[in-house]
Design a protein around this ligand. Structure first.
Ligand code: TYC
Length: 113
């Protein structure tokens, strides 16, 4: 029989008073930290290239991609997505590699939210 509950039995053989007390384990389920992926402005990367990056690696449609590209262009930086550490790292690596292969100085970074 499964002994789910411990009761103090009158014929307790145990000397210690707390021997039968069950301690409920704390179930603190921490959510994993999230990371913002940031795209940085520069003076040389073509606008169309940035739009392609946002469509290709962040699943944005053309209008969304164009809008975020313009935000980066005007403000210097924008959050382009929020991901787990592993996904954010992958996105940053994909963007940096794609930009490097096309010889554009586009910079992409991540930071804890
Ligand atoms: N500032 C660039 C230009 O005028 C365009 C640009 C936008 C570059 C966003 C990078 O993340 C960027 N060609």
């Amino acid at each position: 029989m499964l002994d789910l509950y411990a009761h103090k039995l009158s014929d307790d053989k145990n000397d210690e008073g707390d021997a039968d007390v069950l301690v409920k384990p704390k179930t603190r389920t921490k959510r994993p930290p999230l990371y913002k992926v940031l795209l940085l402005n520069d003076d040389y990367t073509p606008m169309e290239f940035v739009v392609i990056v946002l469509e290709r690696f962040f699943g944005l449609n053309h209008a969304q991609a164009f809008e975020i590209m313009l935000t980066v262009h005007k403000k210097g930086v924008a959050v382009v997505g929020v991901f787990s550490h592993e996904i954010a790292e992958t996105k940053v690596a994909q963007v940096m590699d794609y930009a490097r292969r096309h010889q554009h100085p586009l910079q992409c970074t991540m930071e804890k939210e």
